[in-house]
Design a protein around this ligand. Structure first.
Ligand SMILES: Cc1cc2nc3c(=O)[nH]c(=O)nc-3n(C[C@H](O)[C@H](O)[C@H](O)COP(=O)(O)OP(=O)(O)OC[C@H]3O[C@@H](n4cnc5c(N)ncnc54)[C@H](O)[C@@H]3O)c2cc1C
Length: 232
């Protein structure tokens, strides 16, 4: 009998990568995605935040326009920039990458139970009011409705430390501010996070297995269903 391989439809995948060392395990995870996704017919765009020397400081440099020259209020300037097309080129470029993608992947190490500063700064600057949320466009009616996003992260602590009642507490509670407060808030359907626990502490074979598992997951990610990130 003929084996029929069902491929998911081709997607535009946008990867936001936040690690300063190309030979890091996060760098290897990025490489796996860059190799695997095109093999499945998907196109990949990467924002390598350190490589781009992305400026994480949010201030008037986010804009080419000025609504109130006397008092800087970011969301007022964002609303104005949304109407008049006044985002600085570095912000506009990132906004378009999000707007044009079907799937967004964030590849990062967990830092202080959250995003590395450069990635948080990217969020602070790029997720602009008006353009990415606001009016009645939140959660299920959010601007990015119909698009999917997934966090792909590594930790220093082992899996046991990130269980409910464990040393650091439930990893899903740790990730909730990002998954709900940023992604779901702006309308993204959130896929289950891809977590590689403590790559530093495991054997090389276990790291290789984690990379292979990521490749295997990516091959079928087009047909994955979103998870419920939950209310508080
Ligand atoms: C400021 C800061 C805050 C932090 N906060 C937290 C926190 O809140 N919670 C927490 O759990 N941890 C925390 N950490 C730890 C951090 O999350 C981990 O160090 C990080 O996730 C490990 O990922 P990495 O890519 O940097 O690993 P690396 O140290 O770069 O890599 C791990 C190992 O994988 C190897 N490797 C690379 N490529 C491959 C390959 N292709 N195949 C096989 N092996 C490979 C590397 O050589 C290395 O031996 C923090 C760290 C910092 C600096």
């Amino acid at each position: 009998m003929l084996a029929i391989q069902v491929k998911s439809k081709s997607m535009k995948v946008f990867i936001v990568y936040a690690h300063a060392e190309p030979r890091s395990f996060n760098g290897a995870m990025l490489q796996v995605a860059e190799d695997t996704l095109p093999e499945e017919g998907h196109t990949v765009v990467v924002s390598d935040l350190y490589g781009m020397r992305f400026n994480p400081i949010s201030d008037r440099r986010n804009f080419t326009t000025v609504k109130d020259a006397d008092y800087f209020k970011q969301q007022v300037e964002e609303l104005n920039a949304t109407v008049v097309g006044g985002f600085a080129p570095d912000i506009e470029a990132e906004l378009r990458k999000m707007e044009e993608c079907d799937l967004m992947i964030w590849q990062f190490p967990l830092w202080w139970f959250g995003l590395p500063g450069i990635l948080k700064g990217w969020v602070d600057r790029v997720f602009a009011m008006g353009r990415t949320y606001g009016g009645d466009r939140f959660y299920e009616n959010g601007v990015f409705k119909g698009k999917r996003a997934v966090l792909s992260l590594t930790t220093g602590g082992p899996e046991a430390a990130y269980k409910k009642g464990g040393w650091n507490g439930d990893i899903h509670a740790v990730l909730r501010p990002v998954e709900r407060g940023i992604l779901r808030f702006t309308g993204w359907d959130v896929l289950a996070p891809n977590i590689v626990y403590a790559p530093v502490r495991v054997t090389k074979d276990e790291r290789s297995a984690a990379l292979a598992a990521w490749a295997s997951r990516l091959r079928a990610i087009g047909t994955e269903q979103p998870v419920e990130v939950g209310e508080y």
